[in-house]
Design a protein around this ligand. Structure first.
Ligand SMILES: NC(=O)c1ccc[n+]([C@@H]2O[C@H](COP(=O)([O-])OP(=O)(O)OC[C@H]3O[C@@H](n4cnc5c(N)ncnc54)[C@H](OP(=O)(O)O)[C@@H]3O)[C@@H](O)[C@H]2O)c1
Length: 278
């Protein structure tokens, strides 16, 4: 199955859906990631703080595909926001992954009280120029955080990976990203343990299209223009989650799912202005 792609603001392409790897670890992670690649995923999402970059690298080598057919994405943790620390952090990621370049690297959280996310961003700008990272982006950035890094460097992130699922559809942040030419990626795209599979807006669309509730939610993500990165350790779910390009939700179905959104819909209170991760 060919996965459609988005063209990023730096000219690179990103698959319309990727594979999330948190909290997979150890041998189980390697086999789950290999099975995801066999199912057709080409974009793998990891982070220093997931503690599984080595496993992602092992899966990339074990899967039998040429390196250039896969896109590997990782993230700089909050404790490494100083410029030199950020440079060292990305080199550390490459070492653990056993790769000589990353396809995408993000600043994981802005941690505004520390106030150094723009330094981390400058480091990514320089690493991209050196060819160590093909595309650079951010995660959990608000409009103010985005504007600051753009103002300070003149370089707009290619991607902003944000919490996005039916209970938190991020109408405003999606519009901000779009206005700035930034591709939205969705973390916890199904809604993780609070996945709204039983909500009538989701269940009715699943019945109408003869697909699962999970496929409806991921199709909603795709039609929003966001790139979801669902995680599953289960090969059947991995395949089902990727199989969302053979049906289309109509406007009413899309609107009904977006209407599940609520102000307190975040999974764990991860407001980027206040929630910090080191
Ligand atoms: N940037 C950030 O700050 C940030 C934060 C959180 C997450 N992330 C990234 O986003 C990725 C995805 O988010 P997530 O793992 O939190 O949430 P998610 O992908 O929305 O949900 C994953 C959970 O749903 C289950 N699941 C998957 N497919 C299913 C299906 N078709 N039907 C029923 N259950 C299903 C999985 O269980 P099984 O494994 O048993 O199938 C797992 O428990 C992470 O892996 C990580 O890469 C980024």
């Amino acid at each position: 199955m060919a996965i459609p792609t988005h063209t990023l603001n730096d000219g690179s392409t990103l698959p319309a859906i990727g594979f999330g790897t948190y909290p997979l670890e150890g041998e189980a992670a390697v086999s789950a990631i290999v099975s995801a690649i066999e199912a057709g995923y080409r974009l793998l999402d990891t982070a220093v703080n997931y503690g599984n970059e080595a496993e992602v690298g092992e899966a990339v080598r074990a899967c039998g595909l040429p390196r250039e057919e896969l896109l590997v994405a990782s993230k700089i943790p909050g404790r490494d926001h100083g410029y030199d620390d950020a440079i060292a952090s990305v080199h550390g990621s490459l070492e653990r992954l056993g790769l000589d370049y990353l396809d995408l690297h993000l600043v994981h959280w802005p941690n505004p009280s520390v106030g150094k996310y723009a330094e981390a961003w400058r480091a990514l700008v320089d690493l991209k120029e050196q060819g160590l990272v093909r595309s650079i982006g951010v995660s959990n950035f608000t409009e103010a955080h985005l504007r600051r890094v753009i103002d300070e460097t003149g370089v707009t992130p290619a991607v902003n990976q944000i919490e996005l699922h039916p209970y938190f559809p991020q109408v405003e942040m999606r519009a901000v990203n779009e206005r700035l030419g930034i591709q939205t990626e969705s973390w916890s795209p199904l809604g993780k343990r609070q996945a709204p599979f039983a909500e009538s807006a989701v269940a009715a669309a699943a019945a109408a299209h003869d697909v699962s509730p999970g496929q409806v939610i991921l199709r909603w993500q795709v039609q929003l223009g966001a790139v979801p990165i669902p995680k599953s350790a289960t090969p059947e779910r991995q395949r089902a989650n990727l199989d969302v390009f053979g049906f289309e939700l109509d406007d009413a179905e899309m609107a009904a799912i977006t209407a599940l959104g609520r102000p307190d819909g975040r999974l764990f209170g991860g407001d980027p202005d206040t929630h910090e991760e080191m």
